[in-house]
Design a protein around this ligand. Structure first.
Ligand code: FES
Length: 107
């Protein structure tokens, strides 16, 4: 089973959360099943509330679909920033292997 590691946006080791989730589960569902709710809204890929940065293991997520790509493009245009790490929507990104992430916040 893939391991998902959630890193604090403030890099506080006490806030680090790690769990294993089922393969092909979304990041959001896998973390929620383990008692950790990410920020969210629609849970359908259109609001962008569940945006996360993939710090490691981006290759272990299935490719984003059209809805996810469009929403991420809109988020990045709104933020006016080029993120260092890939941005994904936790409610859409399905896991195939180990992933490390943190909640994405526009600076
Ligand atoms: S909760 Fe709305 S895009 Fe994920």
């Amino acid at each position: 089973m893939p391991t998902v590691s959630l890193v604090s946006t403030k890099n506080d080791p006490k806030d680090h959360f790690e769990c294993t989730i089922d393969k092909d589960q979304t990041l959001y569902d896998g973390l929620a099943k383990n008692g950790h709710l990410l920020p969210h809204g629609c849970l359908a890929g259109s609001c962008g509330s569940c945006k996360v940065e993939i710090l490691a293991g981006a290759e272990n997520l299935k490719s984003p679909g059209v809805i996810e790509k469009d929403t991420i493009k809109s988020i990045l245009e709104t933020c006016g920033t080029s993120p260092t790490y890939p941005i994904r929507l936790a409610c859409r990104a399905r896991v195939t292997g180990d992933v490390t992430l943190r909640v994405f916040e526009c600076l």
